[in-house]
Design a protein around this ligand. Structure first.
Ligand code: F3S
Length: 411
């Protein structure tokens, strides 16, 4: 593998131990994937921020790296942490968890990393341009950056994204290489998709079918960024899909001549939604009349907590919830998860206050999956996100009430 002079000096330890260790990780990764060289990156997004996901071993690794003088040399920001840094007591986060979480954030801070703590950096102005090489680590952010923005990133792990941030380069392979960005699964949508739960269900179905192929969609008309972010997040959750195309929408559209063609119908989306809603057993072929008129959901399936904002909510989404709950108070506690920056905007616009008055909370820096929900007395959680629905049972020991916002807030 060819290294430029600066990269070789790092590899040889001339730029300090932290840079040497980081370049060693990148070279090893490059060798595994057959990269011939490194490519400079313009930004990095580091995952592995929640104490829940990295534990004491991760904290020690970060503190050790910081003590060795690690410094990032490109703009670098963080994935959600395990708690809202300002509201952790009100959220009933255990104090020992909070202490460790603060230590993790301090270690990252010492390395010069911005405490953005969001999986949707593109909603707070961090929007790499088409063709820009980056090293991002959170699966939904990777999908959005590659697909909607046309930037180039592989699916980085926490340590490799951090190493790239410290060295300013990443191995040139995979999705950094133009020829590899080709769809081999052509999805023709035979039904309309309009709500977030529709896009979630579609993403979950296609993620399972894709199997290492990048999907290209026809039949999705003028989707919003919110719909695209949840589509990508759901495909990433069920199939680790890092790139997709939507005809006439995404900046790239390249489909292999021999791509497999499939169609998706409304019936498949309905079945997927019922499967995601794990609070009650749905016998095969049966449909339940729901309290809000949907074909899934029963009065026994009420969530204790409804969590919205997976991926992190945009200001539009926060406003939508505020408008809805100002007219009718929900039947349960609820959170809208977002970035610190957008929470501050929500505070200034009065949305946060409206949501609080209706029994909810705008939660920053964290999300329903990476906070210790299972230690906070919840066992049934509502979501409209395919990704959250996929992870809440395994990572948070939750039963899931899945559906559109109205359905889950007012069951
Ligand atoms: Fe983001 Fe957490 Fe969902 S990191 S994509 S809100 S699981």
């Amino acid at each position: 593998m060819h290294l430029e002079k600066r990269e070789q000096l790092m590899f040889d330890g001339e730029s300090g131990e932290a840079a040497r260790q980081s370049m060693e990780i990148l070279v090893a990764l490059g060798k595994i994937y057959g990269a011939q060289k490194m490519i400079p990156i313009t930004s990095a997004q580091v995952a592995g921020v929640s104490y829940k996901t990295i534990g004491d071993a991760g904290l020690e690794y970060l503190q050790d790296l910081a003590a060795k003088g690690a410094k990032t040399i490109v703009p670098t920001f963080l994935n959600p942490a395990g708690m809202d840094i300002a509201q952790w007591k009100e959220m009933r986060i255990p104090a020992d968890f909070a202490k460790k979480q603060i230590e993790i954030l301090d270690a990252y801070s010492k390395m010069g990393i911005m405490k953005t703590c969001t999986c949707a950096p593109y909603l707070i102005g961090i929007r790499p341009k088409k063709g820009e090489h980056i090293a991002w680590a959170e699966s939904s952010a990777i999908s959005f950056a590659n697909s909607v923005l046309g930037a180039r990133t592989n699916r980085e792990g926490g340590p490799s994204a951090l190493a790239a941030a410290i060295c300013g380069v990443t191995p040139y392979y995979g999705l950094h290489v133009e020829e590899n960005r080709t769809a081999r699964l052509l999805v023709d949508l035979q039904c309309s998709v309009s709500t977030i739960s529709d896009f979630s269900a579609l993403g979950c179905v296609i993620g399972e079918i894709a199997k290492d192929r990048y999907p290209a969609f026809t039949g999705i008309k003028t989707p919003t960024e919110e719909q695209l972010k949840v589509l990508g997040a759901s495909m990433a959750a069920t199939g680790s899909v890092p790139l997709y195309f939507v005809q006439g929408v995404t900046p790239e559209w390249k489909v292999a001549d021999d791509a497999e063609k499939i169609t998706i119908t409304e019936a498949e989306l309905k079945t997927t939604k019922m499967k995601l809603d794990t609070v009650h057993h749905v016998p095969s072929g049966h449909k339940f009349p729901g309290s809000s008129g949907t074909e899934y959901g029963t009065r026994d399936s009420r969530p204790q907590l409804v969590t919205l904002g997976c991926p992190h909510a945009s200001l539009n989404e926060i406003k939508l919830v505020a408008d809805m709950v100002s007219k009718r108070k929900p039947n349960c506690e609820f959170w809208v998860c977002t970035s610190r920056k957008l929470k501050e905007e929500s505070d200034a616009l009065g949305y946060t206050k409206t949501i609080q008055s209706a029994g909810g909370r705008v939660v920053a820096d964290t999300c329903m999956v990476v906070c210790p929900l299972e230690q906070m007395g919840y066992s049934v959680t509502g979501t409209n996100s395919g990704k959250a629905a996929k992870y809440l049972p395994s990572l948070c020991k939750q039963k899931v009430a899945f559906g559109d916002i109205e359905d889950i807030l007012y069951r």
